[in-house]
Design a protein around this ligand. Structure first.
Ligand code: SAM
Length: 249
């Protein structure tokens, strides 16, 4: 997962990363909380890590994909950002020091298709957080996975790449499968030919109650649930649900 796809991940992302960083800062301020060290769980190609680092936070990025981390590391080097990247599975991750906050952006938690791994991840978060530390993460809602993505196909293209993203939702398993067929023209490609790649990914649709149970099992305290980067309660058609949690003092 996120191996060859890392080659084109940034190219076709239609995400306003600044909005995410502003949202995190707003949540920190609302909680009178001014973290120093922040762990970015599932940091991917580093867009949020880099922005947070530029804002003055000490960032540790964790991701299971070596290819995504290699891209993040290159960007950090080019931009002169001092970020520690760790290649770890978030369900088992360890950090020898304590962090003031942990963030996880863009449905990383949905990629944990086993509920047990969500619980394990939250327990790892508890281990690294300082007392009173914040944990902010989002999930794709079941509505988004089943109705917006599920059984739809999306096409992305630019001069050097073409990607077909085919999604299928399986309600019995609450799994949304993504078939990613993509074609990339590289500097080495000859005669204008494209290299073809295929990757299959799955996201699990978790309901709010399941996430609440996993947080409580891990000993984390749920402060608020928001939707779609606004400090508003989720509704039936919310697509991204944010959980604001802390480790009780
Ligand atoms: C949709 S991307 C989001 C990346 C990044 N947070 C961003 O905002 O662009 C999901 C990321 O989660 C990572 N991921 C999925 N499962 C993981 C796991 N078990 N442990 C750590 N990272 C994981 C993937 O490698 C990928 O980089």
């Amino acid at each position: 997962m996120y191996n060859d796809f890392a080659k084109i991940y940034d190219r076709f992302q239609e995400i306003d990363y600044d909005e995410f960083v502003d949202f995190y800062k707003k949540i920190f301020a609302e909680n009178n909380f001014y973290p120093e060290t922040v762990i970015d769980l599932g940091c991917g190609s580093g867009e949020i890590s880099l922005r947070m680092s530029k804002s003055g936070y000490k960032i540790v990025g964790v991701d299971i994909s070596e290819d995504m981390l290699a891209i993040a590391q290159d960007k950090a080097f080019e931009q002169g950002s001092d970020i520690l990247f760790l290649n770890q599975d978030m369900a088992e991750f360890e950090y020898p020091n304590k962090a003031d906050a942990v963030i996880s952006s863009l449905d990383c938690i949905n990629y944990l298709t086993e509920y047990e791994d969500v619980e394990k991840t939250f327990k790892c978060v508890k281990q690294v957080l300082l007392d009173g530390g914040l944990f902010i993460f989002d999930i794709n809602s079941e509505y988004k996975l089943s109705e917006i993505l599920g059984n739809n196909t999306f096409i992305y293209e630019d001069d050097d790449a073409f990607c077909v993203w085919d999604c299928g939702y399986f309600p019995d398993d609450k799994i949304c499968g993504f078939e990613l067929n993509f074609f990339v023209k590289t500097a080495e490609s000859r005669d204008g030919k494209y290299d073809r790649y295929f990757e299959y990914q799955e996201e699990h649709a978790y309901c709010i109650d399941e996430i609440k149970s996993a947080l409580s099992e891990a000993g984390l305290n749920l402060l608020n649930i928001y939707a779609d980067l606004k400090c508003e309660t989720p509704i039936e058609t919310s697509e991204r649900i944010f959980f604001i949690c802390n480790l009780p003092r």
